[in-house]
Each structure stands twice: as structure tokens, then as C-alpha cells.
Write a protein that binds this ligand. Structure first.
Ligand SMILES: [Fe+2]
Length: 479
């Protein structure tokens, strides 16, 4: 029988190895990546960097960026800055192969921040667009014009495939530039960026040097002028600086980045929702009040964000938009010592709803690393009962921290040890994510670190929709 390659010793060896490997997977599905990277400080690109190049021409529009302009994706907010004079607020736009150019009229705003005066910041919403259509648009009418293009999303529907990019805590370092390039070059082809907060890091400069808001706008234009970036406010958007007389929170951010919050009946630009293809995306603010009354006579009262979210979650129709995605800045489940438990009070308020409404995935930033959780919840705890361990919960979201855009503050590589059970994979490297929805039941998430080639995924997970396909989709269950 030797010529058939069989022997009892081989069988025992195979059995032993099989049991040993099986045991390794079952005993510890958690992964703290051992990937080693260069430990170099992240440095902001200099002001004369190519990435910040000012477009030539008198009053040329710069810092051009777009975002969704209504609730369903038939409108786009176009924003840009002119420096020499206000110029025109008009946007001309047309479809490919069309001879007719439509016009829309926007508004211009300016602001002062300590000793800085902004350029003329224009915002113009173009409406009644056709779904799934390529549009060109032109700004700077009357002086130097510049033309860009974007694709509108497909009409909202349950099986519409769509691919989102995930970027957080980007800043404007050489690493930030690498992250953006990797996103642009990724063959997975993200069509809309879900940005989880902390944009320019201008507030790391003396007096929150707002020139660094302008450079960030010019740096990101190469992507944000061509596909919508969906904005979430982070702590670096607060710009609260009473020592220099700046006491209005979010002043530069709200002047520069508009969002369609009124379309979802929100009363402030920090929390709102959009539908896009087969996704319902809820944006929350970690830095706006969210607590409520538990007093029986006033249930659900006190703060606008709480009241809005209570009504909002009840509106989501999973037969129309199966994928329920939440964006916030400060993560609830993170096992990094950096910002550990900063999201805890919001988790206490909102987590029971996320489980009840079966949120598929929560993306957050803030921590400058990547981490993916198991599906867990921790909603049984009431201070006196001692039930404070997160438990596996197939109705709970997966929590992904993607605050690894590459900003000046560097990587967060000081992690809680041992790795908590709720943490499936963690690594302190810069990178970005891609969430690709295939249909109502399946989506695929990949995390891409900047050290790898563009197509390489350093971590990934198939997501099974919590409403249509709520079986265990953890990577541990599918090894
Ligand atoms: Fe942050």
C-alpha cells in the first residue's frame, strides 16, 4: 500500500494537525495584526506642495467639492471657493451628449476666524437630476471657469449594487496623500466616500490657522469634486478657541461643508440621513447633545439629536433600503487605549435602538488605527446588575473603526491587552475601507493598508444583511 502514499503515521499526524489548528481557531478568533511598518512621524505636506496647488487664472474656483443634496440622490450640493472677488454663484450643468446647459444659482458666505478671513465660499444645490447619469458641471462663470463631472447614483432600490469608500481622520500629511491615492487607485472603485470625521486638522496649528482648511480643500478636490463625500463632524471640526475669542463651535466646518440635513427633517447639520442606492445612511454627531429624559412624564425629550434619531430609525424601510449604515466619529467598540470609552455615553443612549432596528454596520473614526468588531451588544447593563460584558448578538451591528487616514497626530498603536473578545481584527496602520453592496443579502468589506499594493486587502468580511439574511457572518464562523 506504500505506493498509494498511505501510512498510519501520516494519518495520525494529519489528525493531530487538524485538531491543533481547529483548536487555535476556536480558542482565539481574535487577531491583533503583527504587520510591522516604518515608525515615522506623519508630517504635513508643505504649503507649496503640489497637492495644494492653486488653480491658475483670475478668481479661479478652488477647493471644489460635492455632496448629496437631497434625501434620495437626485440633487447635488456643489461648493467652491473664490479668492479675488465673490464672482458668480452660478453652476452650469449638463448631461453627456447634451447641448443644453442648465443653470442653478447658489449663495456665497464668508467668515472670520481670529486673524483669518476666508475666501468667498459658494454653495449651490442642483436638483431634479436623473438617476445613474453622468453630469458635467462648470463653476467660476464670468471669470476663470473650471469643469468637473460626477455620476448620480442609481435609483433607490433593494437590490441595487453600490460601492462606498470609507475614509476617516484624513488630515494633510504625506500619509494622507497616500491614503487618498490608494482610495483613488483601488480597483474596487468606490463611488461615494463616507467620511467619518476629522477633516483638515487645522486646529493643530497656532490659532487654528485656517489657511490649513484651504489647503485641505485643495488637496481633496481631486476626489471630492468628482464624487460625493458624505460628511460626519469630528472633534477637529469644533474649532472652539475662547483664548482667541472664537466661541462658536464648528464655525469653519459649517461655512465650508454643507450637508442636506433639512431633507431628513434634521434641525442641525451634524446629524442627518440620506438614502443612496440600497443603503440608508444615518450620520450622528458625537459632539452634539444626545441624552434624553427617563422621567415617565417626558419620555424621549430633551435633546434634538435624540428626538430626531428616535423618529428616524422608525422610518427606515428595509424593503426599500436593506442596508442600514450609521456613521459617527467617536467609536463605541474600540480596544485601543487611545480615546478608549469616549463613545460610551452615546452607546448607552442609542445601542438598544441599533440592536432593535438591526443596524448592519457602524463606521467610526477618531482612533488612528483600524479595527473590526464581532457582532456584539452590551444593553443588559443597568449599573446595579453587574451585566457589563458585551455579548455576541446577531442583531447587533459590526463596528468598524477607520480613523486611519494618516493625519499629523500619527498612529494609535497602544492597544488594550489582552485583545477583548468583541474585537475581531485590529491593526495600527494607515489605510481606507471599501464597503461594496452586492444585493439585499450580501455586502463585502475590505480594509486596505497604504503599505500594500492598491488591490490588496489586509482584512475583509462578507456581510450578511441583518434584515434579509441574518445568519452569523463573523469571520470566525466562516474560517
Ligand atoms: Fe477625532
Amino acid at each position: 500500500m506504500g505506493d498509494m502514499g498511505f501510512s498510519w503515521s501520516h494519518l495520525f499526524l494529519a489528525l493531530f494537525l487538524g485538531l491543533a489548528l481547529d483548536g487555535a481557531v476556536k480558542c482565539n478568533g481574535r487577531i491583533t495584526s503583527s504587520f510591522t511598518r516604518k515608525v515615522e512621524k506623519s508630517v504635513d505636506m508643505p504649503l507649496d506642495s503640489d497637492a495644494f496647488r492653486v488653480p491658475p487664472g483670475y478668481n479661479a474656483p478652488q477647493q471644489v467639492h460635492i455632496t448629496q443634496g437631497d434625501h434620495v440622490g437626485k440633487a447635488v450640493i456643489v461648493s467652491w471657493v473664490t479668492k479675488d472677488e465673490p464672482g458668480s454663484n452660478q453652476v452650469l450643468y449638463w448631461t453627456e451628449n447634451s447641448k443644453h446647459k442648465s443653470k442653478a444659482e447658489g449663495k456665497v458666505v464668508t467668515y472670520k476666524f481670529y486673524n483669518y478671513t476666508s475666501g468667498y465660499i459658494h454653495h449651490c444645490t442642483i436638483r431634479n437630476l436623473k438617476f445613474n447619469t453622468k453630469y458635467y458641471y462648470e463653476v467660476g462663470i464670468g471669470h476663470t471657469t473650471r469643469t468637473f463631472w460626477f455620476m448620480t447614483p442609481p435609483e433607490v432600490g433593494p437590490d441595487v449594487p453600490y460601492t462606498f469608500g470609507l475614509i476617516g481622520d484624513l488630515g494633510q500629511t504625506f500619509d494622507s496623500n497616500r491614503t487618498l491615492t490608494h482610495y483613488e487607485m483601488n480597483p474596487a472603485n468606490g463611488r461615494t466616500v463616507l467620511f467619518v470625521g476629522d477633516l483638515s486638522y487645522a486646529d493643530d496649528y497656532p490659532f487654528h490657522d485656517n489657511v490649513r482648511w484651504d489647503t485641505w480643500g485643495r488637496f481633496t478636490e481631486r476626489s471630492a469634486a468628482y464624487q460625493p463625500w458624505i460628511w460626519t463632524a469630528g472633534n477637529h471640526e469644533i474649532d472652539f478657541a475662547p483664548e482667541i475669542g472664537e466661541t462658536v463651535p464648528f464655525k469653519p466646518y459649517t461655512h465650508r461643508y454643507h450637508v442636506p440635513f433639512r431633507a431628513s427633517n434634521s434641525t442641525a447639520p451634524f446629524w442627518y440621513s440620506i438614502k443612496r442606492a440600497s443603503a440608508y445612511i444615518i450620520v450622528l454627531s458625537s459632539y452634539s447633545a444626545y441624552v434624553t429624559s427617563t422621567y415617565p412624564s417626558f419620555p424621549g425629550k430633551y435633546t434634538p439629536q435624540y428626538q430626531w434619531l428616535a423618529e428616524e430609525l422608525a422610518k427606515v424601510n428595509r424593503s426599500e433600503t436593506p442596508w442600514l449604515i450609521v456613521l459617527m466619529h467617536s467609536p463605541w467598540y474600540n480596544s485601543n487605549n487611545y480615546h478608549y470609552m469616549e463613545g460610551e455615553t452615546m452607546r448607552v443612549m442609542f445601542e438598544p435602538w441599533f440592536v432593535h432596528y438591526k443596524v448592519d454596520v457602524v463606521f467610526a473614526g477618531h482612533v488612528h488605527a483600524y479595527e473590526r468588531s464581532e457582532r456584539v451588544s452590551n444593553i443588559g447593563y443597568n449599573i446595579v446588575n453587574g451585566l457589563c460584558d458585551p455579548v455576541n448578538d446577531q442583531s447587533a451591528p459590526v463596528y468598524i473603526t477607520i480613523g486611519d487616514g494618516g493625519n499629523i497626530e500619527g498612529l494609535a498603536n497602544n492597544m488594550t491587552e489582552p485583545q477583548p473578545k468583541y474585537s475581531a481584527f485590529r491593526e495600527a496602520s494607515f489605510g481606507h475601507g471599501i464597503f461594496g453592496i452586492k444585493n439585499r443579502s450580501h455586502a463585502y468589506f475590505g480594509w486596505h493598508r497604504n503599505e500594500d499594493r492598491y488591490a490588496v486587502e489586509a482584512d475583509s468580511q462578507w456581510f450578511f444583511n441583518r434584515y434579509w439574511n441574518p445568519i452569523d457572518d463573523s469571520t470566525k464562523a466562516h474560517k
